[in-house]
Design a protein around this ligand. Structure first.
Ligand code: MF3
Ligand code: CO
Length: 251
C-alpha cells in the first residue's frame, strides 16, 4: 500500500481526534491505582468515548476480534493486554493504549505509569521509554528518513541499558489505524522512506528491562517479554510538517 499524505483539512480532523483521545486517556490514567480493576479502566474509556461521540477503534479490531476499548498491559506484558478482572497491585507497571475514530480518522496513543510505589528500576524504565518516544518525535522532521526515528530511539534505550522490542513497530495512521509506512524503534538512520509534510505517523517505542524477544499468550493478543522482565510503552500520533512534527494526541 502506498503512503497516504493527508490534506490540511484532514489533519485538522485528526487534531480533533487526537485531542479527544488525549483528554480521555487523562481521565483513565487518573484512575490507575492499587485496587482498581483493569476492566473498570476499560469501562471508563468506553463511557467517555460514548459521551464524546467517537468510535472505539480497537474494539473488534483484527482476528480474533479484539474484545475491549483499551489495552492494559501490566509488568512483563508489552502491549495488547486485554483488560481482565484482575486488581492493579502496588508496584505494578501499567501501560494503557487507546485509540478512537472521529469523523473517519483514527488517533492512537499510549502511556505507562506506576501504581503506588515503584522500585527504582521500574521507575527508570518508564522514564527512559517516555524519553525514547520524545527522541523519536524530535527525529521526525520533514525530509528526514524514517530510519532516523528508530536509530535515535535504539541508541538512547540501549545506552540506558534496556532493549527495544523488534517484533512490533509504529505505523502510519489515518482513515485506518495501521497504514504504511512501518515505523521501527530500531535500525539505521540511512533506511526507510523520507518523511514528507502531510504524513501522519504513530511512534510507539516498547522497551524491556531484559531481552527484546517476545511471546504471545493463548488469547492471541497479549504480548509479553520472553524472559519475564518488565516492559513499558509510550505512543503519540503526529503530523509531519516541513520542520518539527506536530504531536496530535495532546489535550
Ligand atoms: N497502539 C496499538 C497499535 O498500534 C493498538 C492496537 S490494539 C488492537 O497496534 F487491539 F486494536 F489491535
Ligand atoms: Co499504534
Amino acid at each position: 500500500m502506498p503512503i497516504i499524505v493527508k490534506s490540511r483539512d484532514e489533519i485538522g480532523l485528526m487534531r480533533e481526534a487526537g485531542r479527544i483521545l488525549a483528554e480521555t486517556l487523562e481521565i483513565v490514567v487518573n484512575q490507575v491505582r492499587p485496587g482498581v480493576i483493569e476492566k473498570e479502566l476499560d469501562e471508563i474509556a468506553r463511557r467517555q468515548f460514548k459521551k464524546r461521540g467517537v468510535i472505539p477503534t480497537f474494539l473488534n479490531y483484527g482476528q480474533p476480534p479484539y474484545p475491549a476499548t483499551i489495552c492494559v498491559s501490566v509488568n512483563d506484558e508489552i502491549v495488547h493486554g486485554i483488560p481482565c478482572d484482575r486488581e492493579i497491585a502496588d508496584g505494578d507497571v501499567v501501560s494503557i493504549d487507546i485509540g478512537c475514530t472521529h469523523k473517519g480518522f483514527v488517533a492512537d496513543m499510549a502511556v505507562t505509569l506506576g501504581a503506588g510505589s515503584l522500585p527504582p528500576e521500574a521507575q527508570k524504565l518508564i522514564e527512559v521509554t517516555r524519553e525514547a518516544l520524545w527522541r523519536g518525535i524530535a527525529a521526525s522532521r520533514g525530509g528526514a528518513r524514517i530510519g532516523e526515528i528508530g536509530a535515535a530511539i535504539q541508541a538512547w534505550v540501549e545506552g540506558e541499558g534496556f532493549s527495544v522490542v523488534r517484533e512490533y513497530v509504529g505505523h502510519g495512521v489515518g482513515r485506518n489505524m495501521h497504514e504504511d509506512p512501518q515505523i521501527p524503534n530500531y535500525g539505521t538512520s540511512d533506511s526507510g522512506p523520507v518523511l514528507r509534510p502531510g504524513m501522519v505517523i504513530a511512534i510507539e517505542p516498547m522497551v524491556n528491562v531484559g531481552d527484546w524477544r517476545t511471546r504471545r499468550d493463548a488469547d492471541n493478543w497479549t504480548v509479553r517479554t520472553l524472559d519475564g522482565s518488565l516492559s513499558a510503552h509510550f505512543e503519540h500520533t503526529l503530523a509531519i510538517t516541513d520542520a518539527e512534527a506536530e504531536v496530535l494526541t495532546l489535550p
